[in-house]
Write a protein that binds this ligand. Structure first.
Ligand code: HEM
Length: 427
């Protein structure tokens, strides 16, 4: 069979490309691609000995810097929402969770992106490394801004890193932006202030901390009693040793002066009150009012984890490219300096990671009082303020009073414990 005759296209240029002659901005203009796509200056090419991989090296760094810009944009917006109300308006928690989640996804991408540059071999890198000296990621202003805005404290940086400002010596704008980021409240400080206001911490109210202390004492007493009831001397000595370790650990959180000493030594970050809030949110995360705050705390840990993962992936790549004996182009010891930034000193939300140390088995979690449960259970249709008139038809309202909802909760608890098979609710 003959192939079909090629058809002559007779449409006018305008029909082919209807937007071609239209006024207004097009894709390239809107995104200013002329600027972005003309910014890949290969020094090896200018020197008439083009090294293929220099292009990838430049594009990768530029892509990082663009994403850093977005990270700062999101981070600033979250800090702004937190500081708007000297705390946090609860109606905005979802927006914060949304933006933190976006940050998490970007950081995940950034940690994984390292692999693309690893397709370059050390020999290829060596071919053009001399051109970039003394440029180094150590001079990335945006990276320092991210660290500071998250809450990285100067005193927690390792020695070489404490001097990070000197590389911006002549760049007034960079110095100004960094000085601002060191002074403004960081995300960690804003979160700390928010945690300090966790409902239920009030001593003259639910007094969570008072109850927590009592229950820790009761739990430790059972450990002690079990140790003393040991059948053999060696078992007793082992169990008493274990009990003493646990006691010392709980004392470090129960006694504010020990906690403050640990903060001063850089081993803890949050104030004692904020730590109490974080523990409380973790215990009662299933209560509606605490579920978003709990998600928020989890996302903060994800952010810290992913920054650490980026540091780790980057240091592995550096070792692969320049080994562990070469100095960095930025003047550090290279691999050894970068490896020292992998420690807990660089975790901004360190306390959230260590929170599990202070959690209690469920049976020791202080039960919520009815008032506290009502406070944390703003069911749809349930009004805390009885003076507010309900305008929705009653029949579509879910459970309206806490007593009823407790009954349902108890029924589900009984089902979960295997006492009944199915929960039936009236109406
Ligand atoms: C071949 C690839 C790379 C090598 C060999 C390399 C090497 C190094 C070295 C040795 C340092 C320590 C400072 C110094 O220069 O003395 C450093 C720091 C740094 N690099 Fe890279 N790097 C590479 C790719 C990247 C990429 C793709 C980024 C993305 C932005 C990046 C960002 C940074 C940052 C932000 C620092 C400062 C880290 C800190 O002080 O905690 N690097 N790099």
């Amino acid at each position: 069979m003959e192939p079909p005759e090629p058809q002559h296209i007779t449409t006018s240029k305008k029909e082919e490309c209807p937007l071609g002659e239209q006024d207004g901005m097009l894709y390239g203009e809107y995104l200013q691609l002329d600027k972005i796509l003309s910014a890949q200056r290969m020094l090896s090419k200018e020197d008439n000995r083009t090294v293929h991989d220099e292009h990838l090296f430049i594009v990768t760094h530029q892509a990082y810097e663009l994403w850093f810009k977005q990270v700062i944009f999101e981070l600033d917006s979250v800090r702004m929402i937190f500081s708007n109300h000297m705390g946090l308006d609860e109606t905005e928690t979802l927006e914060i969770v949304k933006r933190l989640n976006r940050l998490v996804l970007i950081l995940k991408l950034l940690a994984d992106q390292v692999m693309i540059l690893e397709t370059m071999t050390p020999l290829d890198f060596m071919e053009f490394r001399e051109y970039l000296c003394p440029a180094s990621g150590f001079q990335s202003v945006q990276f320092r801004l991210i660290e500071n805005k998250l809450g990285m404290k100067q005193e927690n940086r390792v020695r070489f890193n404490q001097n990070y400002l000197c590389v911006f010596g002549r760049d007034e704008k960079a110095l100004e932006n960094i000085a601002k980021s060191e002074k403004e409240p960081s995300l960690a400080q804003l979160v700390e202030r928010w945690l300090e206001r966790t409902p239920g911490l009030e001593e003259d109210g639910f007094n969570f901390w008072g109850k927590y202390k009592e229950n820790v004492k009761a739990m430790l007493q059972t450990y002690y009693n079990a140790a003393m009831a040991s059948e053999t001397e060696s078992e007793r000595v082992f169990k008493i040793g274990d009990f003493e370790k646990r006691k010392a650990m709980f004392d470090s959180v129960l006694d504010p002066s020990v906690h403050d000493a640990l903060v001063a030594r850089g081993e803890r970050r949050f104030t004692h009150h904020a730590l109490q809030g974080a523990i409380m949110i973790t215990f009662y995360r299933d209560e509606p009012r605490f579920s978003q705050p709990h998600q928020l705390l989890t996302l903060l840990m994800d952010i810290d984890s992913l920054v650490t993962k980026w540091r780790y992936n980057h240091v592995l790549m550096v070792q692969r490219m320049i080994g562990s004996a070469h100095l960095g182009t930025g003047g550090s010891s290279g691999y050894h300096y970068l490896r020292s930034t992998l420690s807990d000193r660089y975790k901004v939300f360190l306390d959230l990671f260590n929170l599990s140390t202070f959690l209690l088995p469920r049976k020791y979690i202080p039960p919520l009082s009815n008032t506290m449960r009502t406070k944390l259970n703003n069911y749809w249709g349930q009004d805390e303020d009885s003076s507010k008139k309900d305008t929705e038809p009653k029949k579509i309202q879910p459970q309206l009073n806490s007593k009823a909802s407790n009954t349902i909760r108890d029924a589900y608890a009984a089902r979960d414990a295997g006492n009944i098979k199915e929960v039936r609710t009236e109406g």
